[in-house]
Design a binder for this molecule. Sequence first.
Ligand code: NAD
Length: 499
Amino acid sequence: MQELTHYINGAHVKGTSGRFADVYNPATGEVQARVPLATPDEVADAVEKAAVAQVEWAKVNPQRRARVMMKFGALINEHMEELAELVAREHGKTIPDAKGDVQRGLEVVEVCMGAPAMLKGEFMDSAGPGIDLTSMRQALGVVAGITPFNFPAMIPLWKMAPAIVCGNAMILKPSERVPSTALRLAELFSEAGLPDGVLQVINGDKEAVDTLLDNDTIQAVGFVGSTPIAQYIYGRAATNGKRAQCFGGAKNHMIIMPDADLDKASDALIGAGFGAAGERCMAISVAVPVGKDTADKLVAKLLPKIEALKVGPYTAGDDVDYGPVITAASLERITSLIASGVEQGATLAIDGRDFALQGYENGYFIGPTLFDDVTPEMDIYKEEIFGPVLTTVRADNYEDALKLVMDNQYGNGTAIYTADGDTARDFASRVNVGMVGINFPIPVPLSYFSFGGWKKSAFGDLNQYGPDAFKFYTKTKTVTSRWYSGIKDGAALNFKALD
Ligand code: NAD
């Protein structure tokens, strides 16, 4: 069995705790590796070494730091197939989807290649008599990134690239379910010329995370994961005086207006609801058709499309639509939520629970599931299911649909399908959600904008990647300077006659 490592000071280091987590192949249910869970001492040692490396790294001029990003980006492109395979093997997503995972992380690295322009600071000449003001952006020091299982490449890259290009050192604690991609990315970063110690990958669980949260050297924490953990980490980091941004879970709605193109809307719902087995924080999990006629027609269009979806392991070819969910526990949670939906009176239009695939009986597969007639009191509406389950909540009119989205505790993403610009504008302006799609199902902003939800989908300030990341990973220092008149006024420059 493969034993994974930590990555400290540019080298793979074996764990010493004697504690390990199993890393599964979700398609077969087999344990394919074990990952060490770091002790507090191992974490503290990695942080100490990072602090030494950071001092020198921050002195490297921003353009040279950006050149490391250029090389890193080129290496990611060169190793795209290998990275996608690593992602798929531990996560279970299809190869095309895994390439998207790497690509959306790479795009953030590409923006970091332009870091000098983002780190320039501000200057005001003659703010008072002889007084100038300069505001500069300086690195924080050592920062921590704690990432979830569902994007093994993209989210570690969202954390490490902006933090490092700003002159910080990063301790990355990837999800213990999918640790291999982050370890490989760390190797590529070293190959790109990143000095040893600037990126340390520490594998671990709650014990390692808590050690980071209580470590005085750690200046900032960037977290992505479920809402209860995001809220916990935000609270503990903030109490310890750290800068923290913690992104949590989601329940994303798509409103379908009576004037929407239902072919396009239903296609969009299939991709956004079932892609990556619904394990995306921007997945659409609630369809909100407006009016009975729209709802009946939409469900009629969805049924054959959902039934045609192909579920299987990533090794079965690129026409597989989605793979298994991440763990047996996750599968169990999803099937019990489906049972609760039936008990609580929703109409189960398609039941994916009895899905079986020959040769993969122990894999964590579940077929696509569609609920109709869901109401806000039901658990399948209240809980983030994080599986291939699309629920339909019917609304009588636009205002009711909008209110449903507004009243939901989460505010990560949402979308509206309509042919009417006025409705679309009204929705974008009024809805209390961080990322909005208009005739666009998964509105993840491109890398030169920034990503962040509202309400219980994010704790702390500023979004991740894009211009906000350069603010989050630097501190502003403002210098007010005055130079009294000196030699200029006192010097006699005229051609004087001799006394
Ligand atoms: P998770 O919260 O279980 O784990 C995330 C990270 O926190 C992991 O590294 C894990 O080791 C660590 N962790 C888990 N329990 C902890 C504890 N008690 N104390 C300290 N650390 C702990 O999340 P997950 O299951 O890996 O990921 C899925 C969740 O992430 C979903 O809720 C999804 O919506 C969310 N997500 C959000 C975004 C976003 O940007 N808003 C993006 C992707 C995923």
